[in-house]
Design a protein around this ligand. Structure first.
Ligand code: AVI
Length: 340
């Protein structure tokens, strides 16, 4: 067992976050349905997207500032080194800079600053299902880049993008950064990319981040940080069930564990039951039993080889314009174009 000691991180995320987010009744209903389904099957699993409520988003921002979690720094290095080249390849005219998922904006800002320098005509369009995430993103972006034109869309990704594509003939440059693609199981990644292709216009661009395969200890450390933030991040699934669905999980009775599965090429994350236990979830009117050592799969984080990335692009209708790497070749941002 690794010790969870304090470490100094020189990066901070001064993003302002409001105190709480309330899930809409539709989101809560879907959450309840997915929890029922995931905890009823064997092996048990919970969709990782539910980690990201206010608490989970907050914890993820702390993860991004951890020294072990190299992904963020690598991608920032890529965007700082090649942002200009990327924008030269895309062209600076009449762009919708579309971000899927409203993160903290730190990486996006590097590209936005590049566009501002060139006095490019563009609109920043974050798309997210959460009004709270959009409001926070917009407020932070405007505070840091006065004069930015920004229009948030509260919507499912593809619905929002399809609507946008029908609105005008501006070229969409879609950002899907941070190796978020790696959190889909492989068939879902294809479904995601082909739906994205469908929602885009011909010649639109996609800038997509991939974490690359590398030495296994580096991967393991990134998902088993010394401060135990990743543990809390995964446990937030159970906390959220407690908060929103009247769950009675005792968080002390589940321990986070991750390993590298070399067959799928992914870090697999789990919560392991520490004893035989039965946990009631009031809103589901059901209890679920867990044996000692039984796992709940919480997340897969796939790592890629260049060939995987190229196959993924081609079989989903994208042409590859260029791959950009950090100096250690840990991470790649790949620029693709939709061909219809
Ligand atoms: C958001 N996503 C790309 C992160 C990852 O690396 O899979 C989520 C994460 N899980 C643990 N640490 C970070």
């Amino acid at each position: 067992m690794r010790s969870k000691k304090n470490s100094n991180s020189d990066r901070s995320y001064p993003m302002e976050l409001p105190d709480k987010e309330v899930s809409s009744p539709q989101v809560q209903q879907k959450f309840a349905k997915d929890v029922l389904e995931g905890l009823s099957r064997l092996p048990k699993s919970l969709p990782c997207k539910y980690i990201y409520d206010k608490q989970g988003t907050d914890l993820f921002q702390q993860i991004m500032a951890l020294p072990e979690y190299y992904l963020t720094n690598c991608e920032i290095e890529i965007l700082k080194s090649y942002g200009k080249d990327m924008m030269n390849m895309i062209g600076y005219q009449q762009i919708n800079l579309v971000e899927l998922g409203a993160g903290n904006g730190e990486k996006t800002r590097i590209l936005v600053q590049e566009l501002m320098k060139k006095k490019a005509e563009f609109t920043m369009i974050p798309i997210d299902i959460s009004q709270w995430a959009i409001d926070t993103f917009t407020r932070n972006m405007k505070a840091r880049i006065p004069g930015i034109r920004i229009k948030g869309l509260v919507s499912e990704y593809f619905k929002g993008l399809r609507w946008l594509s029908n609105q005008n003939k501006q070229s969409n440059v879609v950002l899907f950064l941070g190796s978020n693609i790696g959190n889909f199981e492989p068939p879902e990644a294809d479904t995601f990319l082909s739906s994205l292709w469908n929602a885009c216009n011909d010649r639109d661009f996609l800038l997509i981040g991939f974490d690359l395969k590398k030495e296994i200890p580096v991967l393991l450390d990134a998902y088993n940080d010394s401060q135990g933030i990743t543990d809390l991040f995964n446990l937030n699934l159970l906390s959220r069930i407690n908060r929103e669905l009247g769950g009675h999980f005792d968080l002390e009775q589940f321990k986070y564990q991750s390993n590298y599965d070399s067959v799928s090429g992914s870090i697999k994350s789990y919560l392991i039951s520490q004893q035989n236990q039965s946990v009631m979830i009031d809103k589901l009117n059901r209890s679920f039993s867990f044996e000692t050592g039984e796992s709940i799969h919480t997340e897969s984080s796939t790592k890629y080889q260049l060939e995987d990335i190229e196959d993924l692009a081609r079989r989903n209708g994208f042409s590859i314009i260029h791959h950009f790497f950090d100096s250690r070749r840990y991470f790649a941002d790949s620029l693709w174009q939709v061909t219809k």
